[in-house]
Design a protein around this ligand. Structure first.
Ligand code: 13P
Length: 280
């Protein structure tokens, strides 16, 4: 009788979505984990095709997570072709906020869509520190990506000096608030956030699961205050910064960590797949 009662309770809950999915959002996997590889300035066309094939071949048991790879622009089209018939999605690493024009060296949402890519990383700390990315350009790019039908993966994160100065949440909140300025609730639900502490990127020194969870929970609370609880509950917040097969599980099992944005360890199929498996 008990089982039957629970079963019929869950069954009736399925017909009435508003309350229960919220209560069971984790248990029921409302936020499917997103395991994303940021290939940065690595992989030529042929290498990108081979890596995607290798990932696809090993991903048979990974239906429970979403897989994304973000190659350099030059390999986007080849990657989009190579991913056909697989569960792997493709994203770009940046875009310009204008649709076209005299902007030497830049690429528009339209061109990215034209390659077959569906996602775009925005505001990566390497863009912020080496290429004059500001909160304002992150906001413009996010709006453009959304208008163009690309899923923005918006990166935020503090430097070591900011963490040591106890300013982590201030910095991350300001970056997040500015990124979402003028973005409607409906569009906000399409976004992904990546928390990448700058001091953990490429250093082999990851944030501890507790440090990351604390910031992720803070970002989710901020999204709730900017929009509402349902936007906050649905928002995927990825962790990035020296995520590897041996630390992935402890990070990905934190309540508010919904995936990873992986640099170094995404350049080989076995380590990328091992991290993805830790997200199941
Ligand atoms: P690493 O995983 O190499 O630290 O890079 C993280 C990153 O910058 C992903 O965007």
């Amino acid at each position: 009788l008990f089982c039957w009662t629970i079963q019929s309770f869950l069954h009736s809950a399925e017909k009435k979505p508003p309350l229960l999915p919220r209560l069971f959002s984790h248990a029921r996997g409302m936020r499917k984990k997103l395991i994303a590889g940021n290939w940065k300035m690595f992989k030529k066309i042929g290498e990108a095709q081979s890596l995607i094939k290798e990932i696809a071949q090993g991903a048979g048991d990974l239906g429970g997570v979403e897989l994304l790879v973000c190659p350099p622009y030059t390999a986007l089209n080849a990657a989009s072709e190579a991913r056909k018939g697989t569960q792997i999605k493709v994203g770009a690493q940046d875009l310009h906020w204008e649709e076209q024009g005299a902007f030497t060296g830049k690429i528009s949402w339209d061109m990215i869509r034209d390659t077959g890519a569906e996602y775009v990383i925005i505001g990566h700390s390497e863009q912020r520190s080496y290429f004059h990315e500001t909160d304002d350009t992150v906001n413009k790019k996010t709006k453009t990506a959304l208008k163009g039908g690309l899923v923005p993966v918006i990166c935020v994160g503090e430097t070591l000096a900011e963490r040591d100065g106890n300013r982590t949440m201030d910095v991350v909140s300001t970056q997040t608030k500015k990124a979402f300025e003028g973005i409607t609730k409906e569009d906000a639900t399409k976004c992904v956030i990546a928390y990448e502490p700058v001091w953990a990127i490429g250093t082999g020194r990851n944030a501890t699961p507790e440090q990351a969870q604390e910031v992720h929970a803070g970002i989710r609370a901020l999204i709730q205050s900017l929009y509402d609880a349902s936007v906050a509950e649905g928002m995927r917040i990825l962790y990035g910064g020296s995520m590897k097969p041996d630390n992935a599980k402890s990070l990905l099992t934190q309540k508010d960590i919904d995936g990873g944005l992986i640099g170094g360890a995404s350049l080989k199929a076995d380590s990328f797949l091992a991290i993805a498996r830790a997200g199941l």
